[in-house]
Design a protein around this ligand. Structure first.
Ligand SMILES: [Zn+2]
Length: 559
């Protein structure tokens, strides 16, 4: 007798095969039979012709902190994601010494948009080493399956302490870091992650530690995967970081290397295609490089208290060094500061903000008197006031005590270009950043958006290929051999959905973080069920089945 039978489904195998009507049977967490199934089950469900596919694998999340207080990894698990890969960009919370916890939290709060109060109230610090962190997750249980990178910035902070963000490491320190990476890999890390991005800063604009690494350190920490013969590398690269340099590291390691974040920037429209071209060239030379691309426009919601989007500008450095509204307001009023920002944004470069004032809007006025401005673009506001849009932005923020909320669509706004990137065979559909940037975006529903918007509405590729891109493709990249596919013997991570309705709802703000802080979240459309290791976690009406924690901490990667 099977545990579960789903009949009358259109089965999509996740490998790109044509959908076919049939049944699927589950026993002991794994797929026991497919297609024509005979035999009874404890529970039988009539799918009524809905699609059943493998669950979505989200390769770019930052749930490392959140998952210690929220085993659901909310909202991803309700959005069809059955496996999350955490620790991207080098930001993990393990390893971490007790005396460095505050330092690590201060770095996270800034770069990932989480409130420090939430982190302090929420994180269960029941570990010091990376292996102990994996053990903690296993002990407490998790809803989705989780795989973890060991993160460069954490390893660096563990060895160099407060010096991690200010100086290069010596040979002895590099050897210690390498030993920690090897230990983490042996305990079950899926790979090693790092960043060189100028956009990645800790509190007060201090660079994230990995940005201080020199060539010797980068080579040592990536090439140790060659000795192990396992694991995936990932980098969020600075605008100036050359793909050729990453190719050399990939070659020395002999491992797959994910290059993030390929977001299309209309101010430098060819940049991502140049990166993809270089990635193709590296692949032709035998290196397994992948360009991580996003299928959502990058929309930020922000106030001028936390204007993350400007932090890649050199002229913004003084604003990252101030700590209260008084200092901040004085700086924003300073004509020299303003002129520096205007001059720099006038020169388009490979960075987040390039003066896209026509895409920036007043979202929520900070004062009742400003409500008429809601929905206006900063370009229009500047024109109405007869000033540069930056003056309009800062003047309005100052008039409203910095309480004004703005939104801006910064990257991936050119759908023709994004479509070309998504269909590129060297790309990985990724970059949800789920679990991060909680104050200003939520793209955890990227997979549902991909299936609804790109596959159904825009016809970018077949449904079968779209599903493959979200399931077996990432699974194979990471060497997760028994997931991301509907085949007998694989783990039963299943998503039941209506292809005609699948998608994601609008982002909405909820106040449910530890300590009462807010975050943006979102809801699924057209999802009728989610199973993880054979256990149902989402009902057909969209409610989560609590307190099931069927996820596994993945520790074996066979790529
Ligand atoms: Zn990230």
């Amino acid at each position: 007798m099977y545990d579960l039978r789903i009949d009358n489904a259109i089965l999509h195998d996740g490998l790109g095969g044509a959908g076919r009507r049939g049944s699927i049977a589950v026993e002991a967490g794994r797929i026991a039979a497919l297609g024509e199934v005979s035999g009874t089950a404890r529970e039988t469900i009539d799918a009524g012709g809905l699609a059943v596919s493998p669950g979505i694998i989200d390769t770019h999340t930052h749930y490392d902190a959140q998952i210690t207080w929220d085993p659901l990894a909310s909202p991803s698990s309700a959005l069809g994601v059955t496996t999350v890969i955490m620790g991207n960009c080098g930001f993990t919370i393990a390893p971490c010494r007790a005396q460095d916890r505050d330092l690590v939290m201060r770095n996270l709060t800034h770069v990932e948009g989480m409130s420090l109060d939430a982190l302090r109230a929420g994180i269960r610090w029941e570990f010091e080493s990376f292996p102990e962190y994996l053990d903690l997750l296993e002990r407490q249980g998790v809803v989705p399956n989780v795989a973890c990178f060991v993160g460069h910035s954490s390893v660096r902070t563990y060895v160099l302490g407060a010096g991690a963000a200010s100086r290069p490491a010596d040979a002895g320190e590099i050897a210690q870091m390498r030993a920690i990476v090897v230990e983490a890999m042996q305990a079950g890390a899926c790979g090693f992650s790092t960043t060189t991005s100028r956009q990645h800063n800790g509190e007060s604009g201090i660079p994230m530690p990995s940005r201080l690494a020199d060539q010797a350190e980068m080579s040592a920490l990536t090439s140790c995967l060659a000795d192990l013969g396992r694991g995936t590398l990932m980098i969020t690269k600075a605008e100036a970081t050359r793909v050729g340099w990453i190719e050399d590291l990939a070659k020395a390691a002999g491992r797959p290397f994910i290059v993030a974040a390929l977001l299309h920037n209309s101010a430098v429209p060819e940049a991502t295609f140049e990166d993809l071209r270089d990635i193709h060239a590296a692949r032709a030379r035998g290196q397994r490089l992948y360009g991580a691309v996003a299928c959502t426009p990058l929309v930020f919601e922000f106030s001028m208290r936390e204007p993350y989007i400007f932090e890649g500008l050199e002229s913004w450095a003084p604003a990252m060094a101030v700590h209260d509204d008084g200092q901040r307001s004085a700086l924003y009023a300073d004509p020299a500061f303003r002129q520096g920002v205007i001059d720099e944004t006038a020169r388009p470069a490979r960075r987040l903000f390039n003066g896209q004032w026509e895409y920036m809007r007043v979202s929520v006025a900070g004062r009742e008197s400003g409500q008429a401005l809601e929905g206006q673009t900063l370009a229009a506001l500047g024109a109405a006031r007869g000033v540069h849009p930056l003056h309009a932005l800062l003047d309005l923020a100052l008039e409203e005590g910095l309480d004004t909320v703005f939104t801006v669509a910064l990257m991936n706004t050119d759908e023709e270009a994004v479509g070309r990137m998504l269909s590129d065979e060297a790309s990985l559909v990724s970059l949800s950043d789920a679990g991060a940037h909680l104050t200003f975006l939520c793209d955890a529903g990227f997979g549902l958006h991909f299936l609804g918007h790109w596959v159904r509405d825009r016809g970018l590729m077949s449904l079968e290929e779209g599903i493959r891109r979200l399931t077996s493709h990432p699974a194979d990249l990471f060497g997760i051999s028994d997931r991301g596919r509907l085949v007998a013997g694989a783990w039963a991570d299943l998503l039941m959905f209506d292809p005609a309705a699948v998608g994601r709802g609008p982002a909405r703000r909820v106040r449910d973080l530890p300590g009462g802080a807010t975050r943006l979240t979102g809801d699924a459309r057209g999802v009728h069920g989610v199973w993880i290791n054979g256990e149902r976690i989402l009902e057909s009406d969209g409610t989560l089945r609590q307190p099931a924690r069927p996820g596994k901490v993945l520790r074996r990667f066979d790529a």
